[in-house]
Design a protein around this ligand. Sequence first.
Ligand SMILES: O=P(O)(O)OC[C@H]1O[C@H](O)[C@H](O)[C@@H](O)[C@@H]1O
Length: 566
Amino acid sequence: MSYKEKYQEWLESPIFDEATKDELRALSGNEKEIEDRFYTELEFGTAGLRGVIGAGTNRMNPYIVRKATQGLANFLNRQALTNPKVAIAYDSRHFSDVFAKEAALVLAANNITAYLYDYLRPVPMLSFAVRYLKCDAGIVVTASHNPPEYNGYKVYGNDGAQVIAPYDQMIIEEVNAITDFNAIKTMSEEEALSSGKLVMIGKEVSQAYIEEVKKQVLNPEIIKEVADDFKIVYTPIHGTGNKPVRRILDEVGFKNVYVVKEQEEPDGAFPTVQSPNPENKEAFNLAIDLAKEVGADIVMGTDPDADRVGILVRDHEGEYAVLTGNMLGAMLTEYILSQKSKQGTLEKNSVVIKTIVTTEMVRPICDAYGVDVMEVLTGFKYIGEQIRLFEEHHNRSYAFGFEESYGCLAGTYARDKDAVVACMLAAEMAAYYKTKGMTLYDGLIELYEKYGYYKEAVQSITLKGIEGLEKIKNVMENLRKESPESFGEYKVLCTRDYKQGVGDLPKSNVLYYALNDGAWVCVRPSGTEPKIKFYIGIKGTSEEDACRKVEVIKEAVNVLIAPWIK
Ligand SMILES: O=P(O)(O)OC[C@H]1O[C@H](O)[C@H](O)[C@@H](O)[C@@H]1O
């Protein structure tokens, strides 16, 4: 069916409600918008479904959510499970609660018990709930840090990690096999509740989750020692982090937690930020003002689904400086390994897991403690997968895992990144340095002096719409046709094309260039946004040297791709 035929179908079919039809009728004559809404179906990327909210097959709306859920239900029911169960959570975005309930009702109508959180909850609490409630799958309605017009739908497996191949494809096939919206079953909320197929998740699950997070504290006495004059500024950026992050900080003993009032309440419009992304310093403007006012030791902000955290610390000029995901991850790796090693709790077969685009600084840190580093493709789901495999094979012990994109997980109670535990450990780590008369920033410099000035950068180029998609494809094709021999003063020593398969990793549309002096460049199309991403990593001898080297490579990347993205 062409996009025009699909558009007509949505306008005419009795399946779609009048509000949807009105929205579509208003597009009449706007061919470009109609094409964009109907030329394709929302697809699973690195993080499931994600799209702009609105009517159409290429948009997030109740029909697409029901269809995705019917596909998931068919997938589960084909496995002949006894009493199949699915846990569902949602964030503070527009329609997240509506989509979550729609999903629950479709599951219930397909004879699958839906456990639905009764309030917005972070991703890690869903990941935890899947295993705690012995579910066969999980759903989170969220578009993470995307702008307010987006929403999304992530699917989790029975291990609490986001689904990976071949299951993601199997679910997609089930979803795509539904060509008739009449084939989607749903029921009323009353019926679902009274039949016991819709169950609201109670407080005991949140309680159990908090207990697990608390177990990750390494030095409880240090928190007590500094509690009176250690100050934390925290912002949930209008998302799900507010309750769990404040609760955990309180329960482990932090007394002075200042929450940014203007960003405390959940709000899908994210009215006080350009984008609710802790990777953007702009999202911290209000938090920095508050931090200056109260003299905070640390500033923390979680994204709407609270799986990622941004941290700011006072630098030597007294300004609040951003710790990137790589910096925080490297620091937490050092903190966790050093403390466990000191306490004699570092298990023999410990492994730290990072993705191929995450800082190389982890390697010397892990070497110092005799811990292995494992590399996986981008996406925390691959870290979650390894935790499951370690458990199944009883051969390795998961020490820590993180990505450059600000997500990490300590412990195995959840199988996706957890900003709640990250906030708790970052605060504990800052408290630890405080007892030594140091700030987190001093701690970072100490690590650089010990292991080398590793610096990273990401050049993300946004290329929207169908043309954008084409340009992204061209960049990858051109790079494959004419492999670059150098990036500025750096020579390409070897190229890895992950599309051809590298080691045991699944094939993926990623190119990696290993350069001299430990530098590297990696290119991949984003799986969650219309972007192509160039990741850069170098090792310098000082802060200045490191910054200069990153700039040289950045410039070379810009020159290389300029003609392809015009
Ligand atoms: O594909 P990208 O846009 O680079 O995003 C990559 C990210 O996607 C999702 O958010 C996953 O949950 C993350 O684990 C991953 O890091």
